[in-house]
Design a protein around this ligand. Sequence first.
Ligand code: F3S
Length: 640
Amino acid sequence: MGKTLTEKIIAAHLVVGEMIKGEEIGIRIDQTLTQDSTGTMAYLQFEAMEVPRVKTKKSLAYIDHNMLQEGPENMDDHRYIQSVAKKHGVYYSKPGNGICHQVQIERFGVPGDTLLGSDSHTPTGGGIGMLAIGAGGLDVAVAMAGDPYYITMPKVVKVELTGKLRTGVSSKDVILEVLRQCTVKGGVNKVFEYTGDGVKTLTVPERATITNMGAELGATTSVFPSDEMTRVFLEAQGRGGDYIELSADADAIYDEVVTVDMDALEPLTACPHSPDKVVKISEIEGLAVNQVAIGSCTNSSWLDLMKVAAIVKGKTVAENVSLVIAPGSKQVLTMLAENGALADLLNAGARVLECGCGPCIGMGQAPSTDAVSLRTFNRNFFGRSGTPSADVYLLSPEAAAISALEGVLTNPLGKIDLPKIAMPEHFLLNDTMVMAPAPEGVEVEVIKGPNIKPFPATQPLKNTVAGKALIVVEDNITTDHIMPSNAKLLPYRSNIPYLSNYCLAPCDAEFPQRALDNGGGFIVGGSNYGQGSSREHAALAPVYLGIKGVAVKSFARIHKNNLINNGILPLVFASEADYDTIELNDELVIENALEAVKSGKANLINKTKGLTYVMMLEVSERQKEMLLAGGLINLIKLKK
Ligand code: F3S
């Protein structure tokens, strides 16, 4: 029987378990990446494991999220990451070198490799034929230590691309169409594998836009074959030696099929406040626009920005619009500077930011009150822009550029006349902002400023787990709700005691203090709880606040794993209707928690209401061990 590409890469890396759909498997990780927002904690955890050098083929530490320096905290964090990376065998990408996923594709991605990154958009690497997965920082620390990464053997969805994109229609529209069809919940425990004749027409950066935003499906990852387009890209990056051909067998069997006819595709946009609220731009054209932001790990490649420069060349950004552009990498920005496209952008009235996440993570450029902001980014969750009253629409660079000129949301189809922009034969190669680690055996001092606080300690599970329902939240709570990540808070990502003051504050500002006053308790939530990012702080802050269990209708994958890694019980209502009966401050208890974890089923007693809820603990044997030990670090220490 033929194999999918996903199955081939997994088979080549399988170290624990069998490739049976739905069963847990452990895979060897070739490459890891961290960014600064999750990296400090990942390296603190790696240090706690007392492993002298990373055991991966290549590990990278990027600084791209928090580039503002309003106090010493950020630079102290960067200095810590730089020194700890140098000591333990990790390459360090300086601030200004670019967004982790863009740089990884350009300089380090290798077809057929596995990549684990402490950032939810790590699947971007699937654009170059990697099996690239986003995870919590602790998972990445464990992978750096040489241990396997555990996933549920995924279902594989065939995404059949037919036809060819018309001018004005972009690969962003392909992934928006997939999101429209499958929704933000449609990808759980699935890999989206792209096939069909249309694949051959897409360059690696276009593919990377699709795999990047595949994260919004909640998918394990997305992957493209490694083919002639991949070879051309790698050659142009001076890395032709990394190329191998990779594709699914012709008779591979898929679990589901999604089809996108690129000939018929129209420019799309995701409306506020969810990436799957997708409509045709033509349906809402004419909406007045205040801000256009181009960049992020989704659409900041050389190809993207060359298209934008060609559209705005010789024209002027509309009076009412602020156009901001954050190039994805130093390579992109330098090439734009050298070929004159940067001047075209500046002459048109664009503001060019440094190479980093910038407005995507709310680091500056918050829109004005009640503004309409068009963004080429991957997420438009409520409040993420820094302005809760703003309406953020996600769209392609082409649509963003033409709308910036017109001052209103504009359908680019038929309105832009783009010259054919060929991939350069040679990208500009200059890796001076990537620091190699110290050779093995060389002493390196790890520098820890006052903002670096140890991660909160956890305890082995007790047999009685009791506490109040300290907060009751609705469906689709994101990690941005659980642990907001804005310009004010990012400098404290290595300081959990400080950050925990803001845990779930967008839902209920009193929650953190209530949790501390009660000595901890339970969080109660709806479906898809913890969707969004791999932000481990969304589990670490609850640990600090004494949260013992999170009882929900359903979990988002990465957040659930992060809770388990940190010893918090992930409880799922067997009957969703039970959720409706719990109120704030209800007294809850699990009386036989050790046995409940072992059996995968708990009775959660609501003493206030006199009710008993059956809760499922959908965890693997290995995760059960973690929960009993009070988290992964405790378990690793126990097994030493
Ligand atoms: Fe950065 Fe936004 Fe991507 S925060 S890693 S550009 S999703």
